[in-house]
Design a protein around this ligand. Structure first.
Ligand code: HSE
Length: 320
């Protein structure tokens, strides 16, 4: 009998417009899958990676999956515990859908379930952030937290820069469109173009919209959500890295989305609506806009993943 554990972790939209490094939302696919097998040799090894076209580092200590597993063992496992890992990428790399976060979260939960199953999943957040630190240069929590916990999550900064991930209420029926252009923007680059200082007016505008957005998600008031997605901290600087951004967002609104923006650090964009047919039209309009800018792109329509990372059986079928 194998003791191999299989865990999936969902794609995420971080920031959700004005909530830079604070808000994130888990999507019903795509997912990364990590398998973990406990060993007694104290070693973390990455046996195989699939779905990455050979582009990810295969050394465990150079891949977020291995770094996170090591961190989980150090924090929670008995001395001498080790783990063998298999990573199956379902998310596109460097896309703004939280690719490294999904791998990190799946690795953390798979390692914990395989080696130290008594650990509460919320306690895995800090380990998953180490994966983000390695992959993106910043341990930002707003992709890993929703991928770990599911739903809409606020990452609340406490004393000493500790982060508490807080699940927030979300009304039924909200549909998210994501469109991934075939370009890559490393998160590091997306963060480097942002200024060091902001005007008080810009900060207040963003804070007020975060408050409105949280209220809109809780009540399901689409117009309120749409009216609170504009961002003054990251989007004005990052959109220059995304050919066709303005046209794609205008096309999303014309096709019936209430609003949208850059997903995480981009280049993927997201748009919000409450109807799957309309969402398909929004996605198609955004893909056409990217095509006008000479960029191929792929649209996805997703509900919100309310469960976050979880153990799956051998018959689980990847969602693209
Ligand atoms: N909050 C992070 C950023 C998310 O915008 O840089 C990266 O996916």
């Amino acid at each position: 009998m194998t003791s191999r554990v299989r865990v999936i972790a969902p794609a995420t939209v971080a920031n959700i417009g004005p909530g830079f490094d604070v808000l994130g939302l888990a999507l019903e696919g795509p997912y990364d899958l990590v398998e973990a097998e406990p060993t007694g040799d104290g070693i973390v090894s990455l046996v195989e990676i699939t779905g990455d076209d050979g582009s990810l580092p295969t050394e465990a200590n150079e891949n977020c999956v291995g770094v996170v597993a090591r961190d989980v063992l150090t924090r929670f496992a008995p001395a001498g515990a080790g783990v063998r890992l298999w990573l199956h990428k379902g998310l596109p790399l460097g896309s703004g859908l939280g690719s490294s976060a999904a791998s990190s979260v799946a690795a953390a939960l798979a390692t914990a379930v395989a080696v130290c199953p008594e650990v509460d999943r919320a306690a895995l957040l800090d380990a998953t952030r180490e994966g983000e630190r390695l992959a993106t240069g910043a341990a930002h929590p707003d992709n890993v937290a929703p991928s770990l916990l599911g739903g809409l999550v606020a990452c609340v900064v406490r004393e000493g820069d500790e982060v508490e991930a807080m699940r927030l209420p979300v009304a039924d029926g909200i549909v998210i469109v994501t469109v991934s252009p075939e370009i890559q923007i490393p998160t590091e680059e997306g963060r480097a173009v942002m200024p060091d200082r902001y005007s008080l007016a810009d900060v207040v505008a963003n804070m007020s919209r975060v408050a409105g957005l949280v209220a809109g998600f809780a009540s399901g008031d689409l117009e309120r959500i749409g009216g609170c997605l504009e961002d003054r901290l990251a989007t004005p600087y990052r959109k220059r890295l995304i050919p066709g951004f303005d046209d794609a967002m205008a096309s999303a609104l014309s096709a019936g989305a209430v609003g949208g923006g850059i997903s995480g650090a981009g280049p993927a964009l997201f748009a919000v609506t409450d109807d799957r047919d309309r969402a398909s039209r929004v996605g198609a309009a955004m893909v056409e806009a990217f095509a006008r800018a000479g960029v191929r792109s792929v649209a996805r329509v997703s509900g919100i993943d309310d469960r976050g990372a979880r153990v799956v059986g051998p018959d689980w079928v990847p969602v693209t």
